[in-house]
Ligand binder design. Structure first.
Ligand SMILES: NC(=O)c1ccc[n+]([C@@H]2O[C@H](COP(=O)([O-])OP(=O)(O)OC[C@H]3O[C@@H](n4cnc5c(N)ncnc54)[C@H](O)[C@@H]3O)[C@@H](O)[C@H]2O)c1
Length: 252
């Protein structure tokens, strides 16, 4: 029997990358998974992959920056699978890179809307449904860049630092009510987001490997396994952490 048997999970940004790997991991452990994304085709492909592996999943189109979409996403979990126990708030975008004084304001606004306000809106909608079930667990995807800064990445760095702050507040507000809220801080993981960066700069691989003391970048599955652990009963005394899953990226 899987460690998430009988649980219902929402995973945002699950059409590809870390979110898809997380959907497959959570479903492997018995959770019924709501796959949420703005990419309908990729989201439905994730559902097919979960079902082909013997799991349960359902796709819902949701832009995490839109409160009405997020509310409908959580309602979808309740109507489709009967409630909500777990959430991996993970959707993200590749933010613009520029020196702060030159930073594009529209890029700042969209990055904060998706990566910070999105996590806020998701937790706000998810928590009441989890309280109805007597508790739950939430893991938010921050980043190594939630713990340290990256040059020319004002919006991404600020949004991910914000996700860690929000995670800690939610942990303090709801830990005693049975909801454990934690964050993961991935180092670089091989996902379509990294593929986009590689198209811009083909020499990026050697640079990225050198940033990680383990000598390589990670896989989406390695990040997803940490999210799974934080949502599992094995992490029952873990609350409010920002867990690096990063091959040592933030150690130096
Ligand atoms: N890959 C890495 O190296 C890395 C490192 C640190 C943190 N992260 C974080 O991990 C998360 C997942 O990244 P990834 O590498 O898997 O990226 P990805 O680009 O492979 O996948 C991101 C997913 O989010 C979806 N998405 C984008 N905007 C959305 C929105 N407004 N509403 C709903 N879904 C939306 C995309 O359609 C896509 O399916 C992000 O929060 C990212 O910042 C990634």
């Amino acid at each position: 029997m899987g460690v998430l048997e009988g649980k219902v999970a929402v995973i945002t940004g699950a059409a590809m990358g870390i979110g898809r790997a997380s959907a497959l991991c959570f479903a492997r452990e018995g959770a019924a998974v709501v796959v949420a994304d703005i990419d309908d085709s990729g989201g439905n492909d994730t559902v097919d992959l979960v079902r082909a592996a013997g799991g349960q999943a359902s796709f819902v189109h949701a832009d995490v920056a839109q409160k009405s979409d997020v509310d409908a996403m959580v309602a979808h979990a309740v109507t489709t699978f009967g409630g909500l126990d777990l959430a991996h708030n993970n959707a993200g975008i590749a933010a613009p890179m520029a020196l702060l004084a030159d930073y594009p304001d529209d890029g700042w606004d969209r990055t904060i809307a998706v990566m910070l306000t999105g996590v806020y809106l998701c937790m706000k909608a998810e928590i009441p449904r989890m309280l109805e079930r007597g508790g739950g667990a939430i893991v938010n995807t921050a980043s190594g860049v939630g713990l340290v800064a990256y040059p020319r990445q004002a919006a991404y760095t600020a949004s991910k630092h914000g996700v860690i702050g929000l995670t800690k507040v939610a942990a303090l507000d709801y830990g005693s009510k049975g909801i454990r809220v934690n964050a993961i801080c991935p180092g670089t993981a091989e996902t379509p987001m990294v593929g986009t960066a590689r198209e811009r700069d083909p020499s990026i691989d050697a640079h990225l490997a050198a940033l990680h003391p383990i000598g390589r970048i990670g896989t989406a599955e390695e990040i997803a396994e940490a999210a799974l652990w934080l949502c599992s009963p094995a992490a029952s005394f873990v609350l409010g952490v920002a867990l690096p899953v990063d091959g040592g990226y933030v150690v130096p």
